[in-house]
Design a binder for this molecule. Structure first.
Ligand code: BYC
Length: 325
């Protein structure tokens, strides 16, 4: 089906239909699955929602790494709940994508063979317990900054999925900050671990918002369609403005010599991440890309029997229903 969709994109959309569609978007009407939509709109949504779903699923791996080594039973229970939430987010998002005519299996296959991306951030390792704090605080913090505006995105099923996701991300961000607070107020060694986690996660978190606006290929069209509500740089700036005072409260130092409040702009000035590193990571060459895809491929292969069993059960039930009619 996906191949058919991509093929039909080559056909020209009717200009009058396109104008009527854009008028609906401009009037803030929600587009629903059975409504007419340009193939480019459908394809962009499948790419963005699919990448987002994959990020939630792959995003379980760096934190899953620490469940067995959480320092207390309470921390273990909280981390377990958070990782389960990420699985749920992935599933809502795959369902939203399915309304556009692509199945979850097709999306998964495109992740597993490298045709689709997931967020760059999950290609970095989580080396110490403090990373669980930094991931919740910074990574979920960046995710919320990006996702709160997406509750108003033009595609109905995506916007509605984001409402619940944002509520849960907010809990995730707070639990991460609570871990950082404990570490930052702990022994000198614990404070050093917290600082080290911030040092390693800061720039990868800034990269989550995507390339700078001048290099963003999709932003202009996605914003015209209200698939994206803000540019990458706008959201990155908001994230820095919100996070720097939080770091100060923790007594930690953001690893950026150029970071300073700019009175005139009413924002922090800050250093751009190393964009060559970002492009390297999204092309598959980050520290953990190979491990992450291996882990997802292994899970897919090892659990084939569950999918096959469920399908066989479904077929049996369907046959019994038909026989009883
Ligand atoms: N990582 O034209 P651009 C989470 C790609 S997970 C990888 O600006 P766009 C969580 C981009 O795909 C958070 N690739 O793109 C889970 C494009 O390449 P393609 C996930 C990236 O789409 C577990 C190229 O670079 N959130 O919350 O307009 C635990 C040019 O970029 C990235 C979402 O997915 C990246 N960071 O804007 C904890 C939110 N950035 O596809 C937390 C929804 C860019 O042409 N997504 N690329 O090959 C979005 O808002 C947008 O897709 C982005 C990128 C802002 C990410």
């Amino acid at each position: 089906m996906y191949a058919q969709m991509v093929k039909s994109e080559a056909t020209q959309d009717d200009p009058a239909q396109l104008a009527a569609f854009q008028a609906r978007i401009d009037a803030d009407e929600k587009i629903e699955p059975k409504d007419w939509m340009p193939e480019g709109y459908r394809k962009t949504l499948i790419r963005q929602i699919g990448q987002h779903a994959h990020s939630e699923i792959v995003g379980q791996l760096p934190e899953g790494n620490w469940i067995t080594r959480a320092p207390t039973l309470e921390r273990k229970a909280i981390l377990l709940a958070k990782v389960q939430d990420e699985a749920g987010h992935g599933l809502y998002l795959y369902c939203a994508a399915e309304t556009l005519g692509v199945s979850r299996d097709e999306l998964t296959e495109m992740l597993l063979d490298g045709r689709m991306k997931y967020s760059s951030i999950f290609n970095y390792p989580t080396l110490t317990w403090a990373d669980m704090g930094a991931v919740g605080w910074l990574v979920d913090g960046a995710a919320i900054m990006n996702q709160v505006p997406l509750q108003r995105t033009s595609y109905g099923p995506y916007a509605r999925a984001m409402v619940r996701i944002c509520k849960e991300e907010s809990f995730h961000q707070r639990q991460g900050y609570a871990v950082m607070m404990k570490m930052a107020q702990g022994t000198p060694a614990q404070k050093r671990m917290a600082q080290d986690a911030l040092n390693r996660m800061w720039y990868p978190s800034l990269m989550m918002f995507g390339p700078s606006d001048k290099d963003s290929v999709h932003s202009a069209q996605s914003m015209a369609w209200k698939i994206k509500m803000n540019t990458n740089d706008e959201l990155r700036q908001k994230f820095v403005d919100q996070t720097v005072p939080q770091a100060e409260y923790l007594g930690l130092t953001v690893p950026d010599e150029n970071l300073r409040w700019n009175e005139e702009r009413g924002h922090y000035d800050f250093s751009e991440p190393d964009w060559s590193e970002f492009f390297d990571v999204i092309q598959g060459n980050g520290p953990c890309n190979v491990d992450r895809l291996e882990a997802r491929n292994k899970a897919w292969d090892d659990n084939a029997w569950v999918r096959e069993g469920l399908l066989a059960h479904g077929r049996k039930k369907q046959q019994a229903k038909v026989a009883a009619q």
